[in-house]
Design a protein around this ligand. Structure first.
Ligand SMILES: *Cc1c(COP(=O)(O)O)cnc(C)c1O
Length: 648
């Protein structure tokens, strides 16, 4: 991997620790894309537009401003400047690639709405994207309906993918008549008849595309959406049948676009080149078949380097945006030139790469469960079985030369004692003592690992078991669904205290109490880390803040109401005259909101609880005054945020 090794940081004494060491430890220079960095004061900063220049703004100060205004954690920050910068970067990179290789066609990007459908996002993209004639991709009727309200640029494209009913097709056709370049992409053989029928009926000539199912395999988690087994797209023979049908019905002059989609987050540039080569071949043949064509739509797949390793690891990619653009332009250009075919307009449907950087989730730590790193054995029980004595013997004779053996023995005796307890032969007190002692032994062993030249794998793993749990005020299921569902990695780090050495190894748990509601996979210079270095916090301190970065793509609407924890607060942030301006504030769900999503009627809930309270008064369990108080709390609870609220 190209990222620097940071193992030497472990030995940096706390007194010599600097913010730069934190930056290296968390790899922010590698994944931050110059948008995020660490200040000398030890705070994560975000680079925002400040008039004509850029300023590095501490995220902690943005959060302070929000808390002063009463916005609670968790909060999702959206930075429109980062979205604008990514749209610019993508379009400029294609322009540069086109100029550099003397390509004769254009580039027109479209943003696939499904990647983040929030209104604010579509508004930002259509408004800012206008200078590039940046369009939209709709994969369903609701997305088309949203797109038609926001995108009215006649030089941009509106690509319609997905399953289409009559209403979807009618809307697309009519919008075409109204002047928009709406292209209906045929994804299934059965769609063509319906499209022709509606076009005849409305008397509108459509712009048509076909989605090809490529044979090229791509790597990455989402590869199933391409290849022979993909549910979408037409096979080579189906494309030919479609062409014949278009010729017979007199619609071949409407076929303007060939589309393919390799799946999202394609880490390897080679797969991207291969797919583009295969698709360009198909494009050329469609021209030769007599279709006017003109557009090659290369779909999504442009990856984000979440772990900053710049490799073909699934959370990364071994290419930059410029390389992606240069390769597509080169492959398509050269293949067409060799066949004497005019260079098509290239469309990419890049979603993830455009919106991932846009949002940052910030939550506070509510509590910590420490892994006990004490060497003092607990008070021994009055009676002791010989097995327990053996375990004590192990604890007293740990030596650097025999750590693996010591660990094996300790595990063996601990398991024996558990077994004996199940059979009623030792007491719970003895078992408790044995388990405590076992962790004392593990602690002693892990402390000595640094003395070994070679650390056996099993013992190395102990390190990651001897971690603390940091409980974060968030729901993984609501805010980071891909972390839960498909083990997606996101860069995660504290947003402050970075001039201080983080001495604890932690796993993050959310407040759902679900054993899946935790994060124990973190970006690392090598593969994946199972713990995250964090700072110690005082028992009553709930102000320690963690940022989860690059969460703008796919996370916001996939989330679910696990434990009825709802949408988080959302705030858009930009600078005016050097000061943060909070805009587009969306209050997160209240308890009443989420309850009504699952069919509870808040009024009825109050009624039912009130009659329960009244009965309690009548039977003398509470006083009328207590009824008043408990009703107040109940109502207050309904109106409040679903997350842990702190009194500020
Ligand atoms: C999901 C999807 C995209 C977006 O892919 P990214 O990898 O996020 O850029 C583009 N096109 C289609 C058809 C999709 O289904």
């Amino acid at each position: 991997m190209s990222t620097p090794d940071t193992s030497h940081l472990e030995s940096v004494p706390a007194s010599a620790w600097s913010a730069d060491d934190s930056a290296a430890l968390y790899g922010i220079t590698d994944w931050g894309n110059n948008f995020f960095s660490v200040s000398d004061a030890g705070e994560v900063t975000v680079r925002l537009r400040d008039g004509k220049k850029r300023s590095e703004v501490p995220i902690a100060s943005i959060i302070d401003g929000l808390r002063d205004r009463g916005t609670d954690f968790p909060v999702l920050l959206r930075f429109r400047d980062l979205l604008h910068d990514r749209i610019s970067e993508l379009n400029q990179s294609f322009r540069t690639a086109i100029a550099d290789s003397n390509y004769q066609g254009d580039y027109r990007g479209v943003y696939p709405i499904k990647v983040n459908q929030q209104r604010q996002v579509i508004e930002e993209i259509t408004a800012f994207g206008k200078r590039f004639h940046y369009g939209l991709e709709a994969g369903s009727k609701p997305e088309l309906i949203a797109a038609l309200a926001h995108m009215h640029d006649e030089e941009a494209y509106l690509i319609c993918n997905g399953y289409k009913d009559e209403e979807f097709i009618d809307l697309a056709l009519t919008a075409r008549k109204m002047g928009l370049q709406v292209i209906i992409v045929l994804e299934m053989p059965s769609e063509l008849n319906l499209v022709i029928e509606r076009a005849e009926k409305l008397g509108i000539r459509p712009l048509l595309g076909v989605r090809a199912r490529l044979a090229t395999k791509s790597e990455g988690k989402w590869q199933e959406s391409a290849g022979d087994k993909s549910v979408f797209g037409l096979s080579a023979s189906q494309i030919i049948e479609t062409v014949d049908q278009l010729k017979e019905s007199g619609y071949i002059d409407c076929l303007t676009l060939l589309h393919y989609h390799q799946g999202s987050q394609i880490p390897n540039i080679r797969a991207i080149r291969e797919a583009a080569t295969e698709a360009t071949r198909m494009y050329i043949d469609l021209v030769k078949e007599g279709a006017p064509m003109g557009i090659l739509d290369t779909g999504g797949g442009l990856a984000v380097d979440y772990d900053g390793s710049h490799t073909d690891f699934p959370a990364s990619c071994n290419y930059t945006i410029s390389e992606y653009c240069a390769d597509l332009v080169e492959v398509i250009g050269q293949t067409c030139t060799a066949e004497n075919i005019e260079h098509p307009t290239i469309i990419s449907e890049s979603g993830r790469a455009v919106v991932a950087y846009y949002s940052v989730l910030v939550f506070n730590i509510l509590d910590v469960t420490k892994f006990q790193l004490d060497d003092t054995p607990p008070t021994p029980p009055a009676t002791m079985s010989p097995t327990l004595k053996n375990l004590i013997d192990v604890a007293e004779n740990i030596s650097t030369d025999s750590l693996q053996e010591n660990f094996n023995d300790a595990t063996y005796y601990r398991d024996q004692i558990r077994e004996m307890h199940v059979h009623g032969r030792v007491s719970l007190r003895e078992r408790g003592y044995a388990e405590h002692l076992f962790w004392n032994i593990v602690t002693k062993i892990t402390r000595r690992l640094s003395e070994l030249e070679f650390v056996p794998e099993e013992l190395a793993e102990l390190r990651s078991q001897t971690h603390d749990y940091y409980y974060g005020n968030f729901s993984l299921f609501q805010s980071l669904p891909d972390s839960w569902a498909i083990d997606q990695l996101f860069p995660i780090m504290p947003i402050h205290r970075l001039a201080e050495k983080p001495t604890q190894q932690a796993v993050l748990a959310d407040i759902t109490c679900d054993c899946d509601g935790k994060i124990d996979r973190f970006v690392d210079r090598r593969d994946v880390a199972h713990t995250l270095p964090l700072h110690p916090i005082q028992p009553d301190d709930t102000g320690y803040c963690i940022g989860v970065f690059l969460v703008g793509a796919y996370q916001e609407t996939l989330g679910d109401l696990h434990n009825l924890l709802g949408d988080t607060n959302v705030v858009g942030v930009h600078l005016e005259n050097g000061k943060p301006v909070y805009s587009h504030e969306v209050e997160g769900d209240t308890v009443a909101d989420v309850l009504s999503y699952v069919e509870y009627e808040p009024k009825v809930l109050v009624e039912k609880f009130r009659s329960f309270a009244e009965n309690a008064v009548n039977s003398g369990k509470i006083t009328p005054r207590e009824r008043k108080e408990v009703m107040k709390s109940y109502r207050h609870g309904l109106d409040g945020y679903t997350y842990f609220e702190s009194d500020i």
